[in-house]
Write a protein of this length. Structure first.
Length: 440
């Protein structure tokens, strides 16, 4: 390694242990410490992974760990472009040259950001974890830091924390709205304010940068830029996709239909009629790549038969509902589907397993959610159930699904509840969706 590279490393280490840690919006993602495991922080681009690394360092500082034992090192630096795996050891040596008393004697927390830019980085991390007294956080672009690859590269030596766009709780925190703390009793003024903020959340979404933009045109351009990064960097560049026309058309098709049953066969037929040449197998590969990049996720039908789970269509959801609005005509989206997408993202944060349910009579229940304790909930989402007919349809679906899943609780989430005096079947709880989002 040349002297110039060493000087860059020394400068970055100096900044890393002396600069004050930034104060950022606190995220609710769990990252419990686990001895002998690195913590891999993954998620869609621009969802806040780097901020979460700083949050973890800040938590340790608040717990009394000395500032010099908390090191954030970002490899996305053009001056480190020629850094190789065998050079990574110099980072630790230069650090311990200034803090020799800490070596072996005290645990040092390292947050390595964009480490995937260095080929064979995983060998260095495994060696450091085996030979030094360290805690390691890893993060990088979703193009090269996918869950399955981190797990494979670290050979079982890592645990993952997925960072998503802001939840509604985090969105309120970003706006400095006082938290209700889970109180069941809130004032009418608080209720009105929270409903107004929820309207903003539906429209703005949860990407941290996007919540700061007031101009609608810039907001759309920002979100479209995020999607372009996923298309070109996380999919096309990574998987050597030559048919960019089909890939971009496929992404647009997905983003315009959140919370719907996904039929790749229908999209294939539509593309064929429009003269977009692509095979069904290629579209399925595109879908897998987009899920790996955290742009979309899909849910299977709830069924004990693996065959039926495979042959039935999956339901499609987006990383954030704002992406649908950035790629759809202003008046072309069903608000109910946007809200269902918000609920799906929240359930993905809270639950171990998610699926949708179709009853024998053909009714559909949006979610069968299984918690980490094994408890199950049937959850139906509707924007407005003030109509007796709509209320009957939604509750009937829950009642029928309850016959197949008798131990599951039944919950109907809505923006506008039943009219006064409406009869709600026994065993079904109705909650305002914004209120449920603020719960645990």
């Amino acid at each position: 390694m040349n002297d110039r590279m060493l000087n860059v490393i020394r400068q970055k280490l100096g900044d890393a242990v002396q600069a004050p840690l930034p104060k950022l919006v606190r995220r609710d993602a769990p990252a419990p410490k686990l001895r002998g495991k690195a913590r891999a922080v993954i998620g869609m681009r621009r969802s806040g992974k780097t901020s979460f690394l700083y949050q973890c360092l800040g938590d340790r500082l608040a717990a009394g760990i000395e500032r010099e034992r908390l090191v954030y090192f970002n490899f996305e630096d053009e001056r480190l472009g020629s850094l190789a795996a065998e050079d990574l050891g110099a980072i630790l040596e230069e650090y311990y040259r200034d803090y020799p008393r800490l070596r072996k004697a005290a645990e040092v927390t390292w947050a390595f950001d964009e480490i995937q830019t260095v080929p064979d980085w995983e060998r260095f991390v495994r060696r450091v974890m085996d030979s030094e007294n360290v805690e390691v956080f890893l993060s990088g672009s979703s193009a090269r830091m996918l869950s399955r690859e981190v797990a494979t590269s670290m050979r079982g030596r890592s645990m993952e924390t997925v960072i998503t766009p802001f939840s509604f709780r985090e969105f309120l925190r970003a706006r400095a709205v006082p938290e209700t703390g889970g109180r069941r009793l809130i004032s009418s003024a608080e209720r009105s304010a929270l409903r107004s903020h929820f309207d903003d959340y539906v429209a703005t979404g949860g990407f941290p940068e996007a919540t700061l933009l007031g101009d609608a045109r810039e907001h759309v351009a920002l979100l479209q830029g995020y999607v372009d990064s996923v298309i070109f960097r996380d999919v096309a560049e990574r998987h050597a996709v030559a048919n960019l026309t089909a890939l971009r058309a496929f992404v647009r098709q997905l983003l315009r239909q959140p919370a719907t049953l996904l039929s790749v066969s229908k999209i294939y037929a539509d593309f064929a009629s429009r003269g977009i040449a692509v095979s069904k197998e290629t579209l399925l590969a595109f879908l897998s790549h987009l899920e790996d990049a955290f742009l979309v996720f899909t849910l299977p039908l709830a069924d004990r038969s693996e065959r039926r789970r495979q042959v039935n269509p999956r339901k499609l959801y987006l990383a954030d509902q704002s992406l649908a609005q950035a790629f759809s005509p202003a008046a072309g989206l069903d608000r109910g589907r946007l809200i269902e997408n918000i609920v799906a993202c929240e359930l993905a944060r809270r639950c171990r397993d998610l699926a949708y349910v179709r009853t024998d009579s053909g009714f559909e229940v949006d979610f069968l959610a299984t918690g980490f304790d094994g408890a199950q909930s049937l959850i139906q989402v509707a924007a407005n159930v003030s109509s007796a007919k709509t209320l009957e349809r939604e509750t009937r679906a829950l009642l029928e699904a309850g016959d197949s899943f008798p131990k599951a609780s039944r919950l109907l989430l809505c923006e506008n509840g039943p009219s006064q005096g409406a009869e709600v079947p026994k065993g079904i709880e109705i909650k305002p969706v914004w209120c449920w989002l603020l719960g645990s």
